[in-house]
Design a protein around this ligand. Structure first.
Ligand SMILES: Cc1cc2nc3c(=O)[nH]c(=O)nc-3n(C[C@H](O)[C@H](O)[C@H](O)COP(=O)(O)OP(=O)(O)OC[C@H]3O[C@@H](n4cnc5c(N)ncnc54)[C@H](O)[C@@H]3O)c2cc1C
Length: 433
């Protein structure tokens, strides 16, 4: 048994690891594994959706081959363990990019599909699975299914955002988007109220492909943050790759993020960023993946680890619900500098269990202070429940089952596509199996 932790480092349960290293052998291995098992990508999910304590994890990182690529159509077929970072690194210089990419590129294609991940351009390009044209699924009964928006469409919809519970994805075909080069034209604008944030978001949707904002969850002077927007730049030169230098080499005994360091950091960050407003040409990495430059940054929260609470509320409740949540968080003195507020557009989700809905999403890290933190989450849950919102399973380690059922109205339908040989800590907690 090997101890495995997810990105939030809340626990390190023991697992039996089974490495899948060839798509030819993988279906037999999957069919012959005994007991509850779960596909595992790169462990970048914060909570327990990628954990299966005392059970088996099928490691997929070694399934990392690019199978085919057409430089005419931009169709890429690859194995599920390929990292988004590798696709970006290899194909941006050839004029193609992933159309949707989350806040880290250190995730696998399998993980991106299983959580139907979103980026900063949901209003323009939806979520990851909107661009997956076909996927191959291996089930524990030995069956293999090819699913697309034309064939086995219901299996496709169940697997997009299906939390790895419908089978193991063995390959995927993704429609990439043309790219001039690795640069973006970006603009940062400080904002001083939620009204201003929503005005900037709405106003930017037609002209800007990417929008996101950092929000100061500690400010005693009302709401403030930095709104960032970006568009692909025509600049084409490819800078030399620089090796990653920054790292947090040890786990501090207690969180470096606390009620003393947090307001100080936020205030310095807000004032520094407020001076850097205006248009810039920026490489895609610091714009899309600012945290990837610090290896093991998740250790900063100390031995007890941390939670991320990411919710979305529908557009009609966006002002009130966001204000209420921010007030609760501020009153609690918890939270962290990693706080993101952004809007999602009006789009039909590709998956039965896709997280995004038209509205606003707030994502915040919280150092684990046990019941103090969990009590705050109960108060935030009440706001989400009243606003008919939902919580993102990719980030979750504790949402109540009833809130999951309310937030995901297709859950019953989804359950029909579950693979009975697969379960996770999250699925047992939220569905009983
Ligand atoms: C710094 C940071 C920023 C992030 N920003 C965003 C963001 O902006 N938007 C967003 O949507 N998410 C974001 N995330 C969350 C992350 O994108 C998702 O949790 C993603 O699913 C992690 O992928 P992974 O490869 O690490 O998979 P894991 O975390 O290992 O697994 C995730 C799920 O995928 C399943 N899975 C993995 N491989 C397969 C396979 N081959 N077949 C079937 N199922 C499989 C697992 O069973 C599990 O349910 C962020 C995470 C971090 C750490």
């Amino acid at each position: 048994m090997t101890k495995i932790e997810s990105w939030g480092r809340l626990s390190t349960p023991a697992h039996t690891l089974v490495t899948l290293s060839s798509v030819t052998n993988a279906p037999d291995i999957i069919a012959n594994t005994r007991g509850p098992s779960l596909p595992y990508g790169n462990g970048r999910s914060y909570g327990d959706s990628c954990l299966n304590p005392s059970g088996t994890l099928w490691e997929t990182r070694a399934l990392d081959r690019l199978i085919s690529f057409s430089s005419e159509s931009g169709l890429l077929t690859c194995e599920p363990g390929v990292l988004l970072a590798d696709i970006q690194r290899l194909l941006i210089p050839r004029g193609w990019t992933l159309p949707v990419t989350p806040g880290t590129q250190l995730i696998t294609v399998g993980g991106a599909i299983a959580n139907d991940v979103h980026g900063k351009n949901h209003h323009r390009h939806g979520s990851f699975c909107d661009h997956v044209t076909t996927l191959e699924l291996a089930r524990t009964d030995g069956k293999r299914l090819t699913c697309s928006k034309e064939h086995n469409t219901d299996w496709f919809a169940a697997t997009a955002g299906g939390l790895g519970l419908t089978g193991v994805i063995l390959s995927a075909t993704i429609q990439l988007k043309t790219a001039c080069g690795p640069w973006l034209t970006t603009e940062s604008i400080p904002y001083h109220s939620l009204d201003e944030f929503f005005f900037l978001s709405d106003e930017s949707e037609s002209e800007w492909e990417h929008t996101v904002s950092w929000i100061d969850c500690t400010s005693q002077r009302g709401v403030r943050g930095i709104f960032m927007r970006g568009n692909p730049s025509p600049r084409r030169d490819i800078p030399e790759e620089r090796p990653q230098k920054l790292s947090l080499p040890f786990i501090p005994p207690m969180s470096l993020v606390n009620r003393f360091s947090l307001p100080l950091f936020n205030s310095i960050y807000f004032h520094q960023q407020s001076k850097r407003t205006g248009i810039q040409i920026q490489h895609y990495k610091p714009f899309f993946y600012p945290l990837d430059s610090i290896k093991h940054w998740n250790r900063a929260y100390g031995r007890r680890g941390f939670y991320q609470y990411q919710s979305v509320v529908p557009r009609k409740h966006r002002e009130d619900a966001t204000a209420e949540m921010l007030n609760e968080i501020k009153r609690s003195g918890q939270g962290s500098m990693l706080a993101v507020l952004k809007t999602f557009g009006a789009r039909q989700p590709p998956g039965l269990m896709s997280f995004p809905m038209e509205g606003v999403t707030l994502a915040l890290d919280f150092p684990n202070r046990n019941t103090t933190t969990l009590k705050l989450f109960e108060r935030l849950d009440a706001i989400i429940r009243a606003a008919h919102g939902r919580i993102y399973p990719a980030k979750d380690a504790r949402m109540p089952r009833e809130l999951f059922e309310l937030g995901y109205p297709n859950l019953q339908k989804f359950q029909n596509f579950r693979d009975p040989g697969i379960s996770s800590s999250l699925s047992r907690r939220l569905t009983g199996s």
